[in-house]
Structures are given as structure tokens and as C-alpha cells.
Design a protein around this ligand. Structure first.
Ligand code: NAD
Length: 521
């Protein structure tokens, strides 16, 4: 890669030059409200539909991260004391700018990630809903108050910001997952450093620029692009008080452990293996349509994707497969930036090879390969990272395609004899992000919701991603930490509680020393 000369900072809100300019150029950092180029390491950013590098992104070193931390620290005192209603006003303008620029943002997501434009618009809309929630800052930060907790004593709890906090995000939702984090952290009075995925950084950076255009003071949000070096610098910096992470389980576990060691508050959301259970009384046609979207949408690169169907009874399994096969074969696959498609490519050559490797392993381990997507070629995109929709039957819990997160368009059918057996499978799995039951039986649904060891549960809802005023989080090895992402848990995560107990004695009163522990007894 030839690195062109650094470009001068450009007007905010304008799409990145490389989007309009075929010459390879470099995505830089956004620090203290300015685009910052540092001539350090870079890595290529690809268009996965073409299998070609289209630009490069800078990889921050520790000194660049430190520059962002210093900008955030300098901005904190004034931002902390800015009334929440004024902070919220920035978010109202931000929401409008996101809506006005949605097509531009979706095009960048689609170009670098590969997902379809419709899917990119969907993720952006869910991100905007998090901005809408953050617009409620004055209400969210109201605190709690009690009068007369003792004689003439009043008490209240405040939710105060932590200071400088950081977020580290995955490639698969370059718009939505950062928007889970910083709008809420910022309206709570914190200053934020975002380390997005280095694989598709352009839409994330454009969105951060729009927030500045909405009136965010410099230094309140900083974006440093990078890899492990930048992440480790954030973990080690004593000025960073909390880290939100979303990504794969091994990295989530690493970040949780290391950031804890450095005394930080951490929420680290990890990978998944989401099961759907189909009971004999389910509306099979609806279940199949729901499964198609949940398994193959975004090429299976969603942490809430359904990757296992547990069919209760052989009749259900056979009927499901019969209906799924023609639909999988008819999936419209192509470059995500084209319209009207069901599925784009995987994000990288490595992801494609990994998914194909799992399909090979499934065959070798004895699963029945019903639809094979390995040879799928898209005319005009012969070098793209495509894998077609794939379906396995007769999958057992011992197989790697069952145990591990494939993160591709591969659906595994497991056959179970009863709902209880299906639930046992799910409860025994190391992941517990999402799950769904298809049924018309209310009693079965209630049992499932009560007893299943999973954080987000759907009943006839295949992707039960909580809305912005609930919180998002899995159980078991899908989340390390105590608080889930965004919503009410997000407010708790990004604030610390201070409880004030206050008494103003009447001037004339005189009280003797009390040596017993104060109580209302
Ligand atoms: P990833 O773990 O490879 O990367 C996530 C982030 O961590 C990126 O910013 C990356 O730069 C950084 N990173 C990567 N390796 C690192 C290392 N060794 N040390 C420090 N930082 C490192 O994940 P990904 O491939 O970008 O995203 C896909 C994964 O994310 C899947 O496992 C998916 O299930 C998961 N995910 C989970 C959720 C959730 O809410 N639970 C949501 C989206 C994605």
C-alpha cells in the first residue's frame, strides 16, 4: 500500500474522500474535534464484495491514545457541569443529522462490511433509537430523593459521571454498537474514547463527525483507530475509568480480566451460539421465514443470529428442512451495495476461509450437509468473500459446528425428543446470548422463559434484540461483567452513585453527643 500525503482536514459531514475518490487514502483519528493524521502503522480496509483493498486506516500507538485521553480529560470539567438538558439538545440535533445522512452512512457500512443497504439502514435505525433514549438525559439522571429519612434529615442519591470512559467495538455493527455506548455515556456527563473495528472504520468516523456538527464540544468524543496496541493503551491508562467492549468471547474475556486488574469498571460482551427451538404446534411457515432472516441476514455475522435450530420431533425436523431448502437455494446474494439482495459477502478472506473450514469440519464429523454454500460464486464479484447459505442436518452436541461460533451463513439442525431436552441443550451450551421458541403453547413458552439460561429470549420473535429503553446482554460466556449494554443498565454503568444525607438543625436546637449508631429505632 502506498500511503498518500496527509490530506488537510476537511469540512465535517462530508463523506470521506476515498468514498468519492478512487485513489487509496487513509482513515485517520478524530481527536479534540480534529481529524488527526499520524504517520504510523496502517492496515488495509477492504471492499469484501470485490475482495480488494479500497483504503487504509491508521493504527494508533500509545502516544496517539494518550493524546485522545488528554483531550477527553481537558473537556471533562466543563462537560460534567453542562446541564443534562443542554447535553440532550446536542443529541436531538445529532439524531436529525443521522437521519439526514442515513443513505451516505449506509453506503459506507455496506461498502466496507458487505451487508446489504437495507440491513445497514436497519442497524443505523437501531443506533438512532439509542440516541433518542439518550435525549432523555434530564429524566434519566433525576436521581432518587427522600425527605425525613431521620428527624429533619433529607437524603438523595445523585448519578455522577465517571470521567473519561472508553468503548471498543466489533466490525459487524460499525454504526449501531458505538451508538449503544457513547451517546448515553456522554449525556451522563462523561468524555469518551472510541476504538472502533479497524476492518470497517469509515461510517463510524463519519457518524462521530456528525456529532461534532451537532454541537458537541471538542474533546468530549474522540475516535482512535487501531488494533491491540490501542486497546492495551486504553486498558493501562489510569485516566480511563471504565471500558465497554463488544466483540468475540476470547477478547471480551481478556479485556474484562486486564481492565479489572487496572481497577476499571468493565462490561465486555462476547460471542454467541443462538438456538431456536421449534415445537410441533408452531406455525411452521412463519417459523421458516423467521429462521431465514435470523440465520442468513447479514451473512450470519450477527451476535444474535440464529445458528442452531432444535426441532422437537423428527416430523418437525423433516418439515422444516423441506421448507428451508428451496428458500436457501433462492437466496439473492451479491455486493451489499446493490439493491434488493438478501445477503452480501463475509467481511474478509479470513472470515470466508474460517466459515468454509467449519463446513469441511461438519462434513468430516458426520453431519449431513443438506445445502452447501462453499462453491457459491457471484458473477461480477468473482474475487469477493462470498459463501452461500448452508444447511446441516443431524448435528450433534459433540461437533465443532455445534459448539463454536461460526459467524457465517450456516444453520445447523439438531433433533430433540422433547422441549425439556431442547432446553437442556441450550442450558448446557457455553454461550447464552439469545434464543427463541416457536410455538402456539403459552404454557411451554412460559416454562421456556422461566428456565432458559440465556439473557435475551424471544417467543415467536427470532431476533429478540432489546429496544433502546431495555438493556442488551447475554448470560454465561456471552457477557463478562454485571451490567448489560445501553438502556437503564447503560445509565448505571456510565455513572457512579453518590448518596447525600443532609440536615440543617434549627438555630435554637442543641443536641447532646450520641454514641449509639444512628437509627430510627
Ligand atoms: P473481535 O473480538 O475480533 O474484535 C472486537 C474489537 O476488539 C475490535 O475493535 C478489535 O480491534 C479488538 N481486538 C481484536 N483483537 C484484539 C486483541 N488481541 N487485543 C485487544 N483488542 C483486540 O470481534 P469482531 O470479529 O470484530 O466481531 C465479531 C464478534 O463480536 C463475534 O464473536 C460476535 O458474536 C461478537 N459480537 C457480540 C455482540 C454482543 O452484543 N454480544 C455484538 C456484536 C458482535
Amino acid at each position: 500500500l502506498i500511503r498518500p500525503a496527509p490530506r488537510p482536514p476537511r469540512a465535517r459531514g462530508v463523506p470521506h474522500p476515498p468514498y468519492e475518490n478512487p485513489a487509496m487514502s487513509t482513515i485517520a483519528h478524530l481527536i479534540n474535534g480534529e481529524i488527526v493524521f499520524r504517520s504510523g502503522r496502517t492496515t488495509a480496509v477492504y471492499n469484501p464484495a470485490l475482495g480488494a483493498a479500497i483504503r487504509q486506516v491508521e493504527l494508533a500507538d500509545a502516544s496517539t491514545v494518550q493524546q485522545a485521553i488528554e483531550a477527553a480529560q481537558a473537556a471533562f470539567p466543563a462537560w460534567r457541569n453542562t446541564p443534562p438538558a443542554k447535553r440532550a439538545q446536542v443529541m436531538f440535533r445529532f439524531k436529525q443529522l443521522l437521519e439526514a445522512n442515513k443513505d451516505k452512512i449506509a453506503a459506507l457500512i455496506s461498502e466496507e462490511h458487505g451487508k446489504t443497504l437495507e440491513d445497514a439502514l436497519g442497524e443505523l435505525q437501531r443506533g438512532i433509537e439509542n440516541v433518542e433514549y439518550a435525549c432523555g438525559a434530564p429524566e434519566l439522571l433525576k436521581g432518587e430523593y427522600n425527605r425525613n429519612v431521620g428527624p429533619a434529615i433529607d437524603s438523595w442519591s445523585d448519578f455522577q459521571p465517571l470521567g473519561v470512559v472508553a468503548g471498543i467495538t466489533p466490525f459487524n455493527f460499525p454504526a449501531m454498537v458505538p451508538l449503544w455506548m457513547y451517546p448515553l455515556a456522554i449525556v451522563c456527563g462523561n468524555c469518551f474514547i472510541l476504538k472502533p473495528s479497524e476492518r470497517d472504520p469509515s461510517s463510524t468516523l463519519l457518524i462521530a463527525e456528525l456529532l461534532h456538527e451537532a454541537g458537541l464540544p471538542k474533546g468530549v468524543l474522540n475516535v482512535v483507530n487501531g488494533d491491540k496496541a490501542a486497546v492495551d493503551a486504553l486498558i493501562e491508562a489510569p485516566e480511563v475509568k471504565a471500558i465497554s467492549f463488544v466483540g468475540s468471547t476470547p477478547i471480551a474475556e481478556y479485556i474484562y480480566r486486564e481492565a479489572n486488574k487496572h481497577g476499571k469498571r468493565v462490561q465486555a460482551l462476547g460471542g454467541a451460539k443462538n438456538h431456536a427451538v421449534v415445537l410441533p404446534d408452531a406455525d411452521l411457515d412463519n417459523a421458516v421465514n423467521a429462521l431465514m432472516g435470523a440465520a442468513y441476514g447479514s451473512c450470519g455475522e450477527r451476535c444474535m443470529a440464529i445458528s442452531v435450530v432444535v426441532a422437537v420431533g423428527d416430523q418437525v425436523a423433516d418439515a422444516l428442512i423441506e421448507r428451508l431448502v428451496p428458500k436457501i437455494q433462492a437466496l439473492k446474494i451479491g455486493a451489499g451495495t446493490a439493491c434488493g439482495l438478501d445477503m452480501g459477502p463475509l467481511v474478509s478472506a479470513a472470515a470466508r476461509d474460517k466459515v468454509k473450514g467449519y463446513i469441511d469440519a461438519g462434513v468430516a464429523q458426520g453431519a449431513r450437509l443438506v445445502v452447501d454454500g462453499r462453491q457459491r460464486v457471484v458473477p461480477g464479484c468473482e474475487d469477493g468473500y462470498f459463501v452461500g447459505g448452508t444447511l446441516f442436518d443431524q448435528v450433534t452436541p459433540q461437533m465443532s459446528i455445534y459448539q463454536e461460533e461460526i459467524f457465517g451463513p450456516v444453520l445447523c439442525v439438531v433433533r430433540a425428543a422433547s422441549l425439556e431436552q431442547a432446553m437442556q441443550l441450550i442450558n448446557d451450551h457455553e454461550y447464552g446470548n439469545g434464543t427463541c421458541l416457536f410455538t402456539r403453547d403459552g404454557e411451554a413458552a412460559r416454562l421456556f422463559c422461566d428456565e432458559i439460561e440465556v439473557g435475551m429470549v424471544g417467543v415467536n420473535v427470532p431476533l429478540p434484540v432489546p429496544v433502546s429503553y431495555h438493556s442488551f446482554g447475554g448470560w454465561k460466556r456471552s457477557l463478562f461483567g454485571d451490567l448489560h449494554a445501553y438502556g437503564p443498565d447503560g445509565v448505571r454503568f456510565y455513572t457512579k452513585r453518590k448518596t447525600i444525607t443532609q440536615r440543617w438543625p434549627q438555630r435554637a436546637s442543641h443536641e447532646a453527643a450520641q454514641f449509639a449508631f444512628p437509627s430510627n429505632g
